[in-house]
Design a protein. Structure first.
Length: 283
C-alpha cells in the first residue's frame, strides 16, 4: 500500500465558527486567527494506491464556482488538486475510487469540473466510483436551513447523473485495508476512513470529526456541527478507541499539522507527537 498527501490549497473561515462556544482567549493560542478573525485552513486530501486501486479521499473545493463565491473564502496557497495529483504521478483517468467524507463544498467541490468543450459539468475522474454515505446523500438533497449554503448541487448531482455514484450503507470495510466509520454530529453520515496500513499501524483521515489538532479536546466542538452534543459523544468514544489502538490521525484542515498520535493526560486524551505523513509511513 502506498499513501500520499494531496494538497489542494487553503481557505479561510471565521475562528468563532470553527471553535463554537470555546472562548477566543483559549482557541487563539492553539490555532491563531488573522486580524479579521479568520483561521487559515488546508484542504488536504489523501491518495491510496493498493494493487490496481487508486483511491482518493475527498477532493477539495474545486475551481468551477465564480469569483464572487471564492472571494468569501480567501483562497490561498499554490497547490491544487490537479497539480498535486500530477506531482504524485497520477492522472485523473487512473483514479478508481473517490471517497467523499461528506458533501460540504470544501470536501467535494473538486469531484466535478466544468468542461468547456461540452459546456457542461462532468465528474473530474471519469473512471472512478464516487462513494458517499446514503444518509449524507439524503441529507444533502434535503438540507436544513443551517447547512443549505454548504451543499451546492453542482458539486454532486453530475456524479449521480453520470451513474458514477455508489452508497455506503453502514460502517464497514469498503475494501480490504480501508474501513469506513459513519458519524452524525457534524453532519448526517459523515464517512471517516481508517486506513489499515499494516497490522500495527492505522491512519485515520479525521475530516471534520477533528478539523485541526486544536479540536481534540472533547468540548472544542466546531460551531458548524449540526448536533454538538452528539459530536461530543462520538468524539469521546472514538478518541478512547484511537488511543487504546494507537491510531494516528491525519488532518484535512490543519494547515500546520499533518498527523498526530495521542496520549492520556489528567485533562483527557490530548495530542502527543505531531508529525508529517512521511514520518508515519517511514516509522
Amino acid at each position: 500500500m502506498k499513501i500520499q498527501k494531496i494538497e489542494t490549497g487553503n481557505f479561510k473561515l471565521d475562528g468563532g465558527a470553527m471553535f463554537g462556544v470555546v472562548p477566543k482567549t483559549l482557541w487563539q493560542k492553539a490555532y491563531p486567527a488573522d486580524e479579521n478573525n479568520l483561521c487559515n485552513l488546508s484542504m488536504r486530501c489523501l491518495l491510496i494506491e493498493d494493487g490496481k486501486r487508486k483511491i482518493l479521499i475527498d477532493a477539495g473545493i474545486g475551481t468551477k464556482q465564480d469569483e464572487k463565491f471564492f472571494d468569501h473564502y480567501y483562497l490561498n496557497g499554490g497547490d491544487s488538486l490537479e497539480s498535486s495529483l500530477k506531482k504524485a504521478g497520477t492522472a485523473p483517468e487512473s483514479i478508481t475510487d473517490v471517497v467523499l467524507t461528506h458533501l460540504h463544498f470544501d470536501h467535494c467541490g473538486g469531484a466535478v469540473v466544468y468542461d468547456k468543450e461540452s459546456n457542461r459539468l462532468k465528474p473530474a475522474f471519469p473512471e472512478a466510483t464516487f462513494w458517499i454515505s446514503n444518509d449524507q446523500w439524503e441529507w444533502a438533497l434535503n438540507p436544513n436551513a443551517r447547512e443549505k449554503a454548504s451543499y451546492l448541487k453542482e458539486n454532486f448531482m453530475p456524479l449521480f447523473e453520470n451513474n458514477q455514484l455508489d452508497f455506503i450503507e453502514q460502517s464497514d470495510f469498503l475494501y480490504p485495508g480501508l474501513e469506513i466509520r459513519l458519524f452524525y454530529g457534524h453532519t448526517a453520515g459523515m464517512a471517516i476512513p481508517i486506513i489499515h496500513f499494516n497490522e500495527r499501524k492505522k491512519l485515520v483521515y479525521v475530516s471534520d470529526l477533528f478539523p485541526t489538532v486544536a479540536h481534540i479536546p472533547i468540548a472544542w466542538v466546531c460551531g458548524y456541527d449540526t448536533q454538538p452534543l452528539v459530536s461530543m459523544r462520538e468524539r469521546e468514544e472514538f478518541l478512547n478507541e484511537a488511543f487504546q489502538k494507537n491510531y494516528t490521525f491525519f488532518f484535512e484542515h490543519d494547515i500546520q499539522t499533518e498527523c498526530c498520535t495521542l496520549k492520556q493526560t489528567e485533562k483527557g486524551i490530548r495530542p502527543d507527537r505531531l508529525m508529517l505523513l512521511k514520518e508515519f509511513l517511514n516509522e
